[in-house]
Design a binder for this molecule. Structure first.
Ligand code: ACO
Length: 333
């Protein structure tokens, strides 16, 4: 069987215009700019506006159009869509189908949602890679689109400072014979013994949203921040080391590290743990906070458009999220 190498053909991103500062949040809950910056590195985040269709699928449309254009394709060239939206537009139809519709795709391509919380977009990459590699599909749109403001409890200072809205998209396709772009190695993991540390309990089949649920605030995200922090550092560092080793390369071969942007201290601790040079780490958590599964594709797109990341660079990606899920991908752009 002939195998193909997978290449990132194009990237795109979308961030809502509305900026929410730490001082804005401090007007509602007992916190302050200095505390938030010291503990998280976050200065601002973006907030989606549904009246402008900045829904998960609406933001995804704008990011996807950029990615498709960057890939020199048209929407109907896409033959499979994978979307990670931790809180989707609605439970069904899935957000990938909503996106297919908004992009005006008429080729009836498959459209699937993936939920691994903040790790969702990274989980989608190895799946898309396998389908490209084996020739099943030619052009797969992989999107992380997140409206975290819809599950963020604006009265809980422990969590509301952390999240923001936004979307990142890539088009994956086949590298031609004379190119060396490829996904070297991937690893995905989940530690369900820690499932209770990060949850959005209500809204699914087990707990519908009733007045009682609303009164108890079970429709908002809950988190054991310190446990998530410790686990994030440990797993992102160890899975990063694993994908580098599996590829037969070394840390010196990594040109850029794009970690999940949840907290600057987590990013720094991961880098310190495996001795990675800070100047090679892509960071934008200060501007956008944690956009869940959208953080890595947004950071990737920005760094490419700024000219930081160039064709041929080796990129290390690592993420973690509720579950607790985690993963790492090592690739040549
Ligand atoms: N402003 C001021 N004080 C605060 C705030 C705030 N916004 N939030 C908490 N505090 C207080 C606490 O009440 C506590 O006070 P106390 O000592 O009187 O009890 C004190 O600050 C210290 O709280 P800690 O929780 O120990 O603070 P920590 O240094 O651990 O930072 C944080 C908290 C930022 C949440 C950190 O634990 C973290 O980033 N964890 C990881 C969270 C994360 O990444 N979540 C996303 C996961 S990805 C996904 O899938 C959604």
């Amino acid at each position: 069987m002939k195998l193909f190498n997978t290449k990132i053909l194009g990237t795109g991103s979308f961030l809502p215009d509305k900026i929410l500062t730490n001082d804005d949040i401090a007007k509602r809950v007992d916190t302050n700019h200095q505390w938030i910056v010291e503990r998280t590195g976050i200065h601002t985040r973006r907030i989606a506006d549904l009246s402008k269709d900045e829904s998960p699928s609406g933001m995804a449309k704008l990011a996807a159009l950029q990615a498709i254009e960057a890939a020199n394709l048209t929407p109907n060239d896409i033959d499979f869509i994978l979307v990670s939206a931790t809180l989707p537009d609605m439970f069904f139809p899935n957000t990938a189908c909503m996106l297919q519709h908004k992009l005006g795709i008429t080729n009836a391509c498959g459209a699937l949602d993936i939920n691994a919380a903040c790790t969702g977009w990274l989980y989608a990459l190895p799946m898309a890679d396998a389908m490209i590699k084996t020739g099943v599909y030619k052009h797969i749109l992989v999107v992380g689109s997140e409206m975290t403001s819809s599950f963020n409890n604006w009265d809980d200072r422990n969590t509301c400072i952390l999240f923001g809205d936004g979307c990142g998209a890539v088009v994956l396709g086949r590298a031609s014979e004379n190119e060396d772009s490829q996904i070297y190695s991937t690893t995905l993991a989940a530690d369900s013994t820690k499932k209770d540390h990060l949850m959005l309990q209500a809204g699914g089949a087990c707990k519908r949203v009733t007045q009682e649920v609303l009164d108890k605030g079970e429709n908002w995200v809950t988190m054991n921040g310190q446990e998530v922090f410790k686990s994030a550092v440990k797993t992102m560092a160890s899975l990063s080391e694993k994908v580098i080793k599996d590829s037969g390369k070394t840390m010196e071969d990594v040109d850029w590290f794009i970690p999940h942007q949840a907290n600057l201290r987590i990013i720094e601790a991961v880098g310190n743990r495996f001795g990675f040079p800070p100047e090679k780490v892509i960071i934008n958590v200060d501007k956008y906070a944690n956009t869940s599964s959208a953080t890595i594709p947004i950071a990737l797109d920005e760094a490419i458009r700024e000219g930081k990341i160039k064709r041929g660079d080796n990129l290390l990606l690592a993420a973690f999220g509720a579950g607790l899920t985690a993963g790492a991908v090592f690739l040549k752009y």
